[in-house]
Design a protein around this ligand. Sequence first.
Ligand code: ATP
Ligand code: RIB
Length: 310
Amino acid sequence: MKHPRICVVGSANIDLTFRTPRFPQPGETLTGHALHQGMGGKGANQAVAAARLGADVTFIACVGNDAFGKTALDAYVAEGIQTSFVRRAADQPTGTAAILVDNNAENCIIVVAGANAGLNSRDVRAASSMVEQSHVVLCQLETPVDAAIEAFRLARDAGVLTILTPAPAEHVTDELLALCDVCIPNKTEICSLTGQTVNCEADAIRAAERLRERCVKRVALTMGSDGVLLLDDSGSTHIPAIKVDAVDTTGAGDAFTAAFATSLADGMSLTESAHRAAMVAAISVTRVGTQSAFPSLKEVNEWITLNVHE
Ligand code: ATP
Ligand code: RIB
């Protein structure tokens, strides 16, 4: 069987998830229910989620020369990810995220970039042959924008599909957007990129149209339990989210993006890919943690057998 080849350029973090009844007020100390330590970072999340779905994944990243960095690398290798282009920085700690998840499954996240901030265009060029042989290149912006621009330039020249998670949105540049074939923002990110808040479907279409005016070819706006709005030359399509009991939505966007990319690389249409990605993301929100929540291809197929009736 032919495997989709996906190259991911981006962050690797250790996620410390604190379960709490509600978010604290400034100056308040709250007692939480539980602590979960796992692997995260938007780049690593997308790499792991795609690998679990059967893709051949190359990850271009930078971790610290510390215990967290070793744990992260070992975990990626165990997922079958090509890690030759994950650099270990001598002088910086591995990126770390403190994540609060409340009883409504909402989250607040603080990320300290650490080694992620050192990823650069040389790191990407060192992996140029992997970028050029991929079906899809995925970038996010927890690592420097120069690395993402280099990856998208190499990909564009080689005819490889480029997909951007524009998070954090403050790092997005016009140069990067012009190299982007598909942009997958959430509601907060698209508001920051276009000035358009999203409270209803008409707002979502307006926001996606404004993003397309910034030279992005196709937009997949993720709206949590309100689903996804797709916009391309042929118009807009709303894909509803799948109804599940969510316990932790952290990384849902990354699960969605990885599944969307893998499906597009497999030859599915934009709409088919979004339906499949919505399933993968829905499964992930029913489980605690980030990478620990991402399903394998076998689990997705079992879920479809149990839940999808034609
Ligand atoms: P995160 O930053 O937490 O990784 P995000 O804000 O980037 O997530 P969302 O828009 O919240 O991404 O979610 C991405 C996709 O995941 C949604 O479009 C939807 O398909 C699915 N999803 C998210 N939350 C839920 C939910 N409560 N129920 C079902 N599906 C969900
Ligand atoms: O998208 C979720 C991710 O954001 C978490 O894994 C955390 O590490 C932050 O990067």
